[in-house]
Design a protein around this ligand. Sequence first.
Ligand SMILES: *[C@@H]1O[C@H](CO)[C@@H](O)[C@H](O)[C@H]1NC(C)=O
Ligand SMILES: *[C@@H]1O[C@H](CO)[C@@H](O)[C@H](O)[C@H]1NC(C)=O
Ligand SMILES: *[C@@H]1O[C@H](CO)[C@@H](O)[C@H](O)[C@H]1NC(C)=O
Ligand SMILES: *[C@@H]1O[C@H](CO)[C@@H](O)[C@H](O)[C@H]1NC(C)=O
Ligand SMILES: *[C@@H]1O[C@H](CO)[C@@H](O)[C@H](O)[C@H]1NC(C)=O
Ligand SMILES: *[C@@H]1O[C@H](CO)[C@@H](O)[C@H](O)[C@H]1NC(C)=O
Ligand SMILES: *[C@@H]1O[C@H](CO)[C@@H](O)[C@H](O)[C@H]1NC(C)=O
Ligand SMILES: *[C@@H]1O[C@H](CO)[C@@H](O)[C@H](O)[C@H]1NC(C)=O
Ligand SMILES: *[C@@H]1O[C@H](CO)[C@@H](O)[C@H](O)[C@H]1NC(C)=O
Length: 268
Amino acid sequence: MGNSSRFILALMVVMLLQNSVFSLSTKSTTTTISTDRLALLSLKAHVNSDLLATNWSSATSVCNWIGVSCGFRHQRVTALNLFAMNLSGTLPPHLGNLSFLAWLNIGNNSFHGSLPIELANLRRLKSISFSNNNFNGEIPSWFDSFTKLQYLSLDGNNFTCVIPSSLCSLSKLESLVLSENNLEGQIPVSIGNLSSVKSLYLNNNQLSGSIPSSIFNISSLLELNLISNRIFGSIPLNISSLKRIGFTFNNLSGHLPSDMFDHHKGFI
Ligand SMILES: *[C@@H]1O[C@H](CO)[C@@H](O)[C@H](O)[C@H]1NC(C)=O
Ligand SMILES: *[C@@H]1O[C@H](CO)[C@@H](O)[C@H](O)[C@H]1NC(C)=O
Ligand SMILES: *[C@@H]1O[C@H](CO)[C@@H](O)[C@H](O)[C@H]1NC(C)=O
Ligand SMILES: *[C@@H]1O[C@H](CO)[C@@H](O)[C@H](O)[C@H]1NC(C)=O
Ligand SMILES: *[C@@H]1O[C@H](CO)[C@@H](O)[C@H](O)[C@H]1NC(C)=O
Ligand SMILES: *[C@@H]1O[C@H](CO)[C@@H](O)[C@H](O)[C@H]1NC(C)=O
Ligand SMILES: *[C@@H]1O[C@H](CO)[C@@H](O)[C@H](O)[C@H]1NC(C)=O
Ligand SMILES: *[C@@H]1O[C@H](CO)[C@@H](O)[C@H](O)[C@H]1NC(C)=O
Ligand SMILES: *[C@@H]1O[C@H](CO)[C@@H](O)[C@H](O)[C@H]1NC(C)=O
């Protein structure tokens, strides 16, 4: 290859790179309130609801739609609260375009299917509730993209397989509720990485194995509910800092420290 063709090749590579950087940056800067509108219209098309059919009207701004809140500064959708609105349907991939979304609550409806991977783009999310729907499949490993997440509720669905250890990298997570699913396998040892977690609800699943001692290394932990699983082994001694604890309907042996009962307020 001659010097000039090498130069041309190099030039082409540079141009290609510039092009892709350019298209990446335009992609991230051109999302607007119209992008949010398209995402919500896609959701509307995927659910069966008379309320959304009439209220989510093209004649009004999305910021006036029921369940939708927009941020003051950017006028973008920051919260979607569709709790207990009798919605049935699936979540469309378009929801992943709500790039300013921080709060997402679709609890107590009849959504089904699995969670689209495009949701992993919602990196501003602080709070997610998918409680009491009919979602199935595995808890996705890409939940670790939600690095700002403080609150996660997936209870009352039909999530199967193991608790992905990637979930345990969410260092800001304060509440993790996975109760009443069909989760199995062992509680991952990396659960000890949830260094901000206060409430851990893993009850009513088919979790097995022993309780990883790393759980008791979490100094923020106040509530631990493991009721109705298949966990076996002995109860660790160092649990005095917990305020509420639930171990029944497992196969655990041992005695809770007597001071446990002085300040515990809840389930056993
Ligand atoms: C939609 O619901 C909101 C909140 O209840 C209400 O303020 C708004 O007027 C409704 N819009 C329409 C078009 O019905
Ligand atoms: C819930 O939605 C279904 C189907 O959309 C409808 O048939 C039913 O009447 C709704 N129930 C209530 C309480 O609104
Ligand atoms: C939003 O998401 C969908 C599906 O993930 C995609 O096809 C679409 O082009 C995206 N962008 C906009 C601006 O709607
Ligand atoms: C939400 O669902 C749970 C579980 O089915 C139920 O106990 C609770 O009363 C429901 N809440 C509302 C407001 O519908
Ligand atoms: C939950 O998922 C499992 C495995 O996919 C399936 O066999 C079972 O019927 C589902 N249960 C419900 C209540 O949907
Ligand atoms: C948990 O933390 C340890 C030490 O910081 C790290 O090596 C490991 O990769 C983490 N595991 C997960 C699943 O984030
Ligand atoms: C508990 O934390 C300490 C200090 O960070 C670490 O050395 C130890 O290995 C941890 N124990 C478990 C069981 O994770
Ligand atoms: C028990 O936990 C407390 C608080 O996290 C800690 O200070 C103490 O060193 C632990 N004791 C043992 C024996 O691990
Ligand atoms: C409970 O544990 C004991 C002792 O480890 C074992 O013999 C027994 O089979 C276990 N029972 C169940 C239901 O797993």
